[in-house]
Design a protein around this ligand. Structure first.
Ligand SMILES: Nc1ncnc2c1ncn2[C@@H]1O[C@H](COP(=O)(O)OP(=O)(O)OP(=O)(O)O)[C@@H](O)[C@H]1O
Ligand SMILES: [Mg+2]
Length: 474
């Protein structure tokens, strides 16, 4: 294909050049020949006039002998054939033949023209000399009387020889022009096709999966633009592939995480049951403890499965919200009440502040509840001893904003961006010990986004964490 296009360009150039050169040379050649012939006639004519001047007196008095002498002399000097013809057409003198052997020239075309207009010329076969000649004749006048004619002649071969020299020069010029034009055409074709070839190669490499391959074209013309677009396309593809790969890893990680999270409590449950089965059943105290632990792990499993279910439900149909109107402040108060025991156990105090009086929203109450349960749960789980949780609620025309602030252990900067990822826990061991699986914030984010709200987290390690949730009223 690459051969094709350069030869197409090149072929077109060659064709155009040849046509241009030939047309040009054709006209130039003809014009030059015309010009040259005209120049010869002109020269012959002025020479004839001069000769006429020199012999007028002799013509008038009929001094043919004198005329012949002068003519012979002049013809030798000018290297032309000169003929002097009398008024009636009789040849009086000729530089090449004795005039007596020559017939009357009254019927010669150039003489007839000169008789009429003072100047005449013709090209024809010379009977006298036996080859083609160019003749130029002028009429010699003396005080309104015709004294005679002077005729100059030049063998046509001589004229043609000179014309041929001109043609040769023109032809040489044409060949040089063609060579130069073809060289330029070749390089121009190449300069157009080589970026195309380069792009073609880059496109092929991209198609083969090498997304880092680029077409390097610096020109600002259409080809440069095309290369830019091609590179932009490669960038976009590269990014998309990277995203796909990342998603794929997230998915695989997710499956691995889920399996692990399911396996851990199951292994423990199995272990306790086996121990019970073996000997511990007899020991009532021990059995009770084991059953309690087994129940704890079963609860965890149930929670985990519920969390996974709500995540996948949110992902599959983010729009399926079951909206009802309710007061967000009352909901948060109720949730806080539910945490009474945990707060006491963790030695944490919780305060709720409300600014304004309208906290009504139309939202999926159960899901919103899930969000704040997790935020308060996190606040308690990651609190320091004698920690505090401050919740402030405010509303404007469009939304209700809830700020959940704690003075707990905080989150280091490098983890902040990742806490919304599923299963992401800053300190895995600690979270797991506290019963966390790292799904809470991921679920919360999904729920808030499904309500077209926003959730932001700010935290300083060792100082505390602030989570702001904005729920649109509708
Ligand atoms: N208030 C907070 N203070 C300090 N760290 C926090 C706080 N909230 C969240 N984190 C960190 O972010 C991680 C993710 O939180 P997330 O709520 O998603 O998971 P979890 O609480 O560990 O588990 P789950 O919510 O599923 O029971 C936590 O493991 C914890 O490391
Ligand atoms: Mg949590």
């Amino acid at each position: 294909m690459n051969k094709h296009i350069i030869w197409k360009f090149f072929g077109a150039f060659v064709f155009l050049t040849l046509i241009a050169v030939f047309v040009l040379n054709f006209f130039v050649g003809f014009k030059l020949r015309d010009h040259f012939e005209e120049k010869i006639s002109e020269e012959l004519r002025s020479n004839a006039l001069l000769v006429g001047d020199i012999i007028t007196e002799d013509l008038l008095v009929g001094q043919t002998g004198n005329i012949r002498l002068k003519i012979e002399n002049l013809a030798r000097k000018l290297d032309r054939r000169i003929t002097v013809i009398g008024r009636e057409g009789k040849v009086l003198a000729d530089s090449e033949k004795p005039p007596t052997s020559m017939e009357s020239h009254a019927d010669r075309l150039e003489i007839q023209q000169a008789l009429k207009s003072g100047f005449g010329q013709s090209t024809r076969f010379s009977q006298t000399l036996g080859y083609n000649m160019k003749y130029v004749a002028v009429r010699i006048d003396s005080s309104d009387k015709i004294a005679g004619f002077v005729r100059f002649a030049l063998p046509l071969a001589q004229v043609q020889l000179q014309v041929r020299v001109i043609y040769r020069v023109v032809l040489f010029g044409a060949i040089v022009t063609i060579i130069i034009a073809l060289t330029i055409a070749y390089f121009v074709s190449k300069s157009i096709t080589s970026p195309i070839r380069q792009m073609q190669r880059a496109a092929r490499r991209i198609a083969e999966g090498d997304f880092k391959s680029r077409a390097i074209i610096k020109s600002e013309d259409e080809l440069g633009q095309l290369a830019k677009s091609l590179n932009a396309m490669a960038d976009a593809l590269h990014k998309q592939i990277a995203d796909l790969r990342k998603m794929d890893t997230i998915r695989t990680d997710f499956v691995a995480n889920v399996s692990h999270e399911l396996k851990t409590p199951l292994t423990l449950i199995k272990g306790y049951i086996e121990t019970l089965d073996g000997s511990a059943l007899d020991d009532k105290e021990k059995s009770r403890r084991f059953v309690r632990i087994i129940k704890e792990h079963a609860d965890r499993l149930e929670n985990l499965i519920n969390d996974l279910l709500s995540l996948s439900e949110l992902e599959l149909s983010p729009d399926s919200l079951c909206r009802t109107g309710f007061d967000l402040k009352i909901l948060i108060n109720d949730i806080a009440l539910g945490f009474g025991h945990a707060l006491q156990a963790g030695n944490v105090t919780l305060d709720i502040n409300a600014r304004g009086d309208d906290f009504n929203v139309e939202a999926d109450k159960e899901k919103i509840e899930q969000v704040f349960v997790n935020l308060i749960d996190n606040g308690i789980k990651y609190a320091k001893d004698q920690g505090r949780i401050d919740i402030s609620i405010s509303g404007d025309d469009d939304a209700v904003t809830v700020l959940v602030e704690d003075d707990g252990i905080g989150i280091a900067r490098e983890h902040i961006d990742r806490v919304f990822e599923r299963f992401y826990r800053v300190d895995k061991a600690r979270s797991r010990r506290l019963g966390g699986t790292g799904l809470g914030l991921g679920i919360a984010k999904h729920i808030v986004l499904a309500h077209k709200g926003r959730i932001q987290i700010e935290s300083t390690q060792g100082r505390g964490t602030k989570v702001r949730v904005i729920i649109p009223r509708k």
